[in-house]
Design a protein around this ligand. Structure first.
Ligand code: NAD
Length: 465
């Protein structure tokens, strides 16, 4: 069997000069599918491996199975170039130079990581692994997973040694939905290989395919912790913004004025950078990654406080939002049990159709518990996804959604909502209708000029103003 030594790695690098590096991506979901389409659009031969028939059918038909700005265009380009294939057959990987693993790593009910998809994908990959391949793990994982789970499975299934017969590195995926393509080109890629040769190949891969800046860290475990540190920072930062917003609302000041001014302070090598408050943090990353950190600490008898704190603050925001809606109704002497509440936006953030862990779910549930009649609309979420999320009425368009509303709650401020004619919408609502700006996406004065009463978490104007 050929041995994958540093010398051979160098030879491999020169072969990649001709831009024909062939790539397999295991897990062709939101991140894997977007990255695969982008790489294929640039001319690299890509095979996407997924076990979900729906994903394979969509990509085969040249359709995006999820909402991501710019994805349709790169997918069309990949189709034109005939550089993208999708399949469930792992043997198709055999001719690839580089294999990315991007399967999902969800949480169980006790906040523990579910690594079954990763184990299964790694086992299947191990059986078709070829000498000289570079394996890049990109799924977000608890630290030590590359070394203690992925590496042994690959070595046992293939009979080869990582860092010697094949390269192995962890490169966290740090893009966020709605900005994936931009992020793939713009965000520096962190690389932690099991040895120097693996890191060198990984750097070469990212540099020559996406042309991104790379940052090499000593080992895969460091790279795994980088991803969790980033997301813990974001979740904690939003929790701070949310608490400043709650306090600002209580004392009658505009939280965004506080935050903007606070952010003008230079600190360390950067600036204070408090993010925006909102009706809640959802999605597939910030709701789980802090728990990966917390679990790792608990396994070593360290009771980490920041993951618990940020999760507790951010998880209460849907309930805070519902309380705001109820106070707004009471401010106009309206009975919640007789009220109609319109939800604009079911996804977890602006301009995406992803409803995973969306705050809209608990918000709708709690409004219904108060007896409110809820009608929802989201142009980016399929009817099936919407129905899986709520038993409430799903409106066919924004006009139907706001019909007879006492409160219009914009929970994810998609472009269609930001550009809507608010005055025309107001004509369809009841008298004294509130507009709840869930993600501070609107100018309060324009909302008021359209005839709504304006409220927002952290937007100063609230019930009673
Ligand atoms: N979504 C994001 O914004 C984001 C951002 C950064 C990092 N991440 C991380 O990237 C990873 C993937 O996230 P995603 O949002 O793309 O998830 P996703 O659920 O959209 O995609 C995962 C895909 O893996 C497939 N899969 C599961 N097991 C498989 C197997 N054994 N073989 C082949 N395919 C298999 C699934 O069918 C699915 O299509 C996760 O670890 C996530 O934490 C996600």
């Amino acid at each position: 069997m050929s041995r994958w030594t540093l010398l051979e790695a160098d030879e491999r690098l020169s072969r990649w000069d001709c831009r024909d590096v062939s790539i397999a991506i295991i897990g062709f979901g939101h991140i894997g599918g977007s990255m695969g389409s982008l790489l294929a659009s640039k001319g690299f031969p890509v095979v996407g491996i997924d076990k979900a028939a729906g994903i394979l059918q969509a990509f085969e038909a040249g359709e995006c199975p999820f909402e991501e700005p710019g994805l349709a265009a790169v997918l069309a380009r990949a189709k034109e170039r005939h550089t993208l294939r999708v399949t469930a057959d792992y043997t198709e990987i055999k001719s690839s130079d580089v294999v990315l693993i991007v399967v999902g790593t969800p949480l169980d009910e006790d906040h523990g990581p579910i690594l079954d998809h990763l184990k299964s994908a790694t086992r299947s990959l191990g059986k078709v692994l070829q000498p000289g391949m570079l394996i890049l793990l990109k799924s977000t994982v608890p630290p030590l997973t590359t070394q203690q789970l992925v590496r042994p499975i690959l070595e046992e299934a293939s009979g080869m040694e990582a860092g010697v017969d094949f390269g192995l590195a962890f490169s966290p995926e740090r893009v966020d939905e709605g900005n994936v393509l931009e992020g793939l080109y713009g965000i520096p890629v962190v690389v932690g290989g099991v040895n120097t040769a693996s890191s060198e190949l990984a750097v070469e891969f990212w540099t020559r395919t996406l042309g991104v800046e790379t940052m090499v860290v000593p080992d895969p475990t460091t790279a795994e912790l980088v991803k969790l540190a980033d997301n813990q920072w974001i979740d904690l930062n939003i929790a701070l913004a949310n608490e400043i917003a709650l306090l600002s609302d209580a004392i009658g000041v505009d939280a965004m004025e506080v935050i903007k001014a606070a952010n003008s302070l230079p600190k360390g090598q950067h600036w204070v950078n408090i993010l925006y408050p909102s009706i809640g943090v959802g999605g597939y990353c910030l709701t789980k990654d802090p728990w990966f950190l917390h679990r790792l600490g608990a396994q070593r008898d360290i009771d980490l406080q920041t993951p618990q704190c940020s999760r507790a603050v951010n998880e209460q925001m849907p309930s805070v939002t519902v309380q705001r809606v109820i106070s707004c109704l009471h401010a106009h002497q309206k009975d919640p049990a007789q009220a109609r509440v319109t939800i604009l936006g079911l996804s977890f953030k602006n301009d995406t159709g992803d409803t995973r862990s969306t705050p809209a779910g608990p918000i709708i549930q709690m409004l219904e518990d108060h007896g409110c009649k809820v009608q929802a609309y989201d142009p980016l979420v399929s009817e099936n996804q919407a129905r899986a999320l709520t038993g409430s009425a799903i409106a066919p368009d924004i006009q139907a959604a706001v019909e007879g509303a006492d409160v219009v709650a914009c929970l994810s401020c998609h472009e269609e909502f930001r550009s809507a004619n608010l005055s025309q919408l107001k004509e369809r609502t009841r008298e004294n209708c509130w507009f709840l700006d869930g993600r501070l996406g609107f100018d309060p004065l324009s909302v008021k000029a359209a005839g709504f009463d304006y409220t927002a978490i952290g937007g100063h104007c609230h019930a009673g103003d």
